[in-house]
Design a protein around this ligand. Structure first.
Ligand code: COA
Length: 377
């Protein structure tokens, strides 16, 4: 396949097969293992979805309980990992902290062979929120928090560690739904990194560490933080309208808008928007939601570009009083389920991922000894 303008960024290229998700497929939309995202966001929980992704089927009631128990048991951080987290300054980016934490756990509790892959994935799902919150509290105020909360869900566990109190049902469910929406998205950039890493028969920690690195960029997961930085510049919808028009005039990208696969809308956006609205009503501060909606209106009117999941997630997370720098790490907490599922699938029928490149460099030329080199040759 030629790397011409049409395949730049591998746009439109089918890079493999998967049974895990469909994204924007006609008649299907976004599905995880055959279940629509609308059904999952309405009826399921993040833990149920994580089980589904990793086992390719919904759990029975007893299995889900056992899964919760396993996740709760694995929230503890080993002392050497805490020591590493304590060395990282408060100025570190939380995404870098998670990347380091994941990699460190891989040194302390290595995946001995692939039969351990499911338990390592569960360990990471359970402990990534703990790593993030342990570092967050220690680096900002020297507190060594206990990461073993008794909260059942990961959403509630995270909010409890962040704020010190059990969240309201509304807040827990809003975060839980966002985790469902963030859990999986087919061959997105970070998942592809994870699959490439898995295809070399590397260990699962390396696949997830690589995924975190790819997710960090503002064209991918980092968009939710960049979206927040944009939204909070504006005090009123009118100011937001002017700001969007100015940004577009400068050919700036508005983060949290657009998508490589979806052409008219991101099905996850409608769902998270409803939750952002509910949260905003609950706090009786509708300002941020109104600003967000105006940005959406202007982007559609001017460019026919729609919000992706990251945009209203930013609004929802801010309303939940989550610091902006933790938005993309929350995405990690959820996407770890999808990354793990793809690693399992890649390993089950592996072939090294190693594409070709079209060479566009100079013709073969004679080597020039260093003493004979000049700027002209
Ligand atoms: N704001 C303004 N213009 C945008 C835009 C945005 N968020 N997203 C795309 N566009 C415009 C581009 O400027 C480009 O216009 P041009 O053809 O006049 O140059 C056109 O739409 C195609 O954009 P491009 O970046 O080439 O598309 P892509 O398929 O490579 O990129 C994204 C997809 C997601 C990377 C892109 O939409 C983007 O950068 N969005 C913002 C980051 C983001 O929200 N990422 C999270 C994705 S879930």
């Amino acid at each position: 396949m030629s790397n011409n303008a049409n395949t730049k960024g591998l746009a439109g290229v089918t890079a493999g097969q998967t049974s895990i998700a469909t994204v924007g497929k006609e008649g299907k939309g976004l599905t995880y293992c055959g279940y629509t995202i609308e059904d999952l966001a309405e009826h399921s929980t993040f833990e149920e979805v994580a089980f589904l992704l990793m086992q390719s089927r919904l759990p029975l009631a007893g299995e889900l309980e056992a899964f919760h128990t396993q996740l709760q048991k694995h929230r503890t951080l080993p002392d050497p990992l805490k020591m590493v987290l304590e060395q990282l300054p408060s100025s570190s980016l939380p995404m870098d902290v998670l990347r380091t934490g994941c990699s460190t756990l891989g040194c302390l509790e290595p995946e001995m062979d692939f039969t351990a892959q499911r338990s390592v994935a569960i360990r990471l799902l359970a402990s990534l929120p703990s790593m993030l919150m342990y570092w967050h509290h220690f680096s900002h105020n020297g507190n060594r928090i206990d990461t073993n909360t008794t909260e059942k869900s990961i959403a509630s566990h995270f909010l409890k560690m962040l704020t010190g109190s059990t969240p309201s049902e509304l807040n827990e469910r809003a975060l839980d739904v966002s985790l469902i929406l963030y859990a999986e998205h087919e061959f997105n950039a970070s998942t592809f990194v994870s699959r490439i890493t898995a295809s070399t028969l590397s260990d699962i920690y390396s696949t997830i560490t690589g995924g975190i690195g790819a997710l960090r960029g503002p064209l991918h997961g980092g968009a939710n933080e960049a979206a927040m930085e944009f939204i909070e510049r504006f005090k009123t919808p009118a100011e937001a309208e002017t700001g969007v028009l100015e940004a577009l005039a400068c050919k700036d990208k508005i983060m949290g808008f657009g998508h490589r696969i979806y052409t008219t809308s991101d099905p996850r956006s409608a769902i998270i928007k409803q939750w952002a609205k509910r949260l905003s009503k609950d706090t009786e501060d509708s300002h941020l939601f109104a600003v967000s909606e105006r940005i959406e209106e202007v982007m559609w009117r001017e460019k026919r570009i729609f919000p992706n999941l990251d945009f209203y997630c930013a609004t929802a997370y801010h309303t939940l009083q989550i610091p902006t720098s933790l938005f993309t790490p929350i995405f990690v907490m959820a996407r770890t389920a999808g990354w793990a599922a793809h690693v399992f699938e890649q390993r089950a029928d592996n072939r090294l991922i190693r594409p070709n490149a079209d060479y566009i460099g100079p013709d073969t030329r004679s080597y020039i000894p260093i003493a004979d080199r000049s700027e002209s040759n």
